[in-house]
Design a protein around this ligand. Structure first.
Ligand SMILES: [Zn+2]
Length: 215
């Protein structure tokens, strides 16, 4: 179990447990876990989860006996996790040096052929056909905005920007999203549900026709 292996590599006093979600009920919990795992994988987070989570065929539903056995195993074990303010490191922050050490330590541990999902495509991949509920999407979107975004405040190097520019050279690009909407949606008579200008436009006429029919 990679998570347990990982925990054992570290001083328990240096670990932080963040609560990302609060779920009631086993079914919702399983779904939430799958949603988080698939979202964070897409975002490029280095997760320790090897399966796609949830309580389905890839997940584990704990029986009373398993719970009991785990409880016996865990009793008296040094460095069991204490949440929130009960954790001795609560509110603490690790030094840059320590974080770099861990980063180096993790580097490559799940990359390339070492990744259990290496070479798995389409239906073979655990995230195949995964969808995330609109509410969860919204929640995760908010969490990754501004300073919550791993790229927040970062700027590509001049070299990288030159490369990106070279790739785009000669390709006509709409100067704005509205411009793209006009060219590719209005002019072609197409309405896209995920285009905010299409949604705005379709909302306006229906409002005015309602008020007309009332009078
Ligand atoms: Zn549009």
């Amino acid at each position: 179990m990679p998570f347990y292996d990982w925990v054992r590599k570290h001083d328990p006093a240096d670990l932080i447990a963040d609560e990302v979600d609060w779920i009631e009920g086993l079914q919702d919990l399983g779904q939430a876990e799958m949603d988080w795992i698939s979202y964070l994988r897409r975002e490029g987070d280095r997760l320790l989860n090897l399966s796609d989570g949830g309580l389905g065929p890839t997940g584990v539903v704990w029986t009373e006996e398993m719970r009991e056995a785990a409880s016996v195993r865990g009793t008296g074990r040094k460095g069991s996790s204490r949440p929130g303010a009960a954790n001795p490191f609560y509110g603490g922050k690790h030094s840059l040096e320590q974080r770099n050490r861990w980063s180096q330590d993790r580097k490559g541990t799940n990359s390339g052929t070492a990744n259990p999902n290496y070479g798995r495509f389409g239906a073979e991949h655990p995230s195949f056909r995964h969808t995330v509920s609109a509410e969860t999407r919204q929640l995760l979107s908010e969490a990754k905005k501004g300073a919550g975004n791993p790229n927040f405040g970062k700027k590509a190097s001049a070299e990288t920007r030159a490369k990106m520019s070279a790739v785009r050279k000669g390709r006509p690009m709409p100067s704005s999203q509205r411009n793209a909407h006009t060219r590719h949606h209005i002019n072609k008579g197409i309405e896209k549900a995920d285009c905010k200008y299409c949604v705005e436009d379709s909302a306006k006429p229906s409002l005015s026709s309602e008020s007309e029919s009332e009078s």
